[in-house]
Write a protein that binds this ligand. Structure first.
Ligand code: FMN
Length: 191
């Protein structure tokens, strides 16, 4: 069975470094035989989660679309920036909306049993590593198996070529390797 992987960044910035990592990891996953769907959270604008808004208006259309995408995929490739040592609001807000159950639906249906691989990029020296600690914790607590391997790309302003590839071929191969490992893990899980 060909595993299906949803790949996205926790940034909506046009020139996002994290958005540049996503297709690199996606290539590694595709090369290993996975089907990868790349999305941009900018295409799914959502209101800031508010339980009163949810009670009055229900799930926004983009929340429902995003949740359906999560449900329809086995794996998640997430490149998360670090904002003030943690996860970005846009990523956490998307997770919060997607985590909401429809009436009668099992809890956390879009997350439980999924497998995720994390990466990050930042102009700073730690490459966004501190955000990954939090993303790992959040996803783990909602039933996602987060694979141990992760990469934080430091000094991101100097790390990319104009075509979006990484200037360091070893780092390029390592990010592709993350996608590859996720795909292979999912294939074993589905065998
Ligand atoms: C509100 C805010 C907080 C930030 N905090 C951190 C931080 O704690 N650590 C860090 O390495 N970079 C931090 N940055 C810089 C981001 O790493 C940088 O803007 C990066 O380009 C964001 O990721 P992106 O390029 O994928 O959008 C922060 C940026 C913003 C806007």
């Amino acid at each position: 069975m060909m595993p299906r992987i949803l790949a996205f960044a926790g940034s909506t910035r046009r020139e996002s470094f994290n958005k540049k990592l996503v297709p690199i990891a996606a290539k590694g996953a595709r090369d290993a035989g996975a089907e990868v769907t790349l999305i941009d959270l900018k295409d799914f604008p959502l209101p800031l989660f508010d339980q009163d808004l949810e009670a009055e208006q229900g799930m926004p259309e983009n929340g429902a679309k995003l949740k359906r995408l999560f449900i329809d995929h086995d794996g998640l490739l997430i490149a998360s920036p670090e904002y003030n040592s943690s996860v970005t609001a846009v990523l956490k807000n998307a997770i919060d909306w997607v985590s909401r159950p429809a009436p009668g639906e099992p809890s956390l249906v879009a997350f439980r049993g999924k497998v995720a691989t994390l990466m990050s990029a930042s102009p700073g020296a730690l490459g966004g590593l501190r955000a990954l600690v939090h993303v790992r914790s959040i996803l783990g607590n909602i039933g996602v198996i987060v694979l141990p391997d992760q990469i934080a790309v430091a000094k991101a302003r100097e790390a990319f070529n104009p075509d979006g590839s990484l200037t360091d071929p070893k780092q390029q191969a390592a990010i592709e390797g993350l996608g590859n490992t996720l795909a292979v893990f999912l294939m074993k899980l589905k065998a």
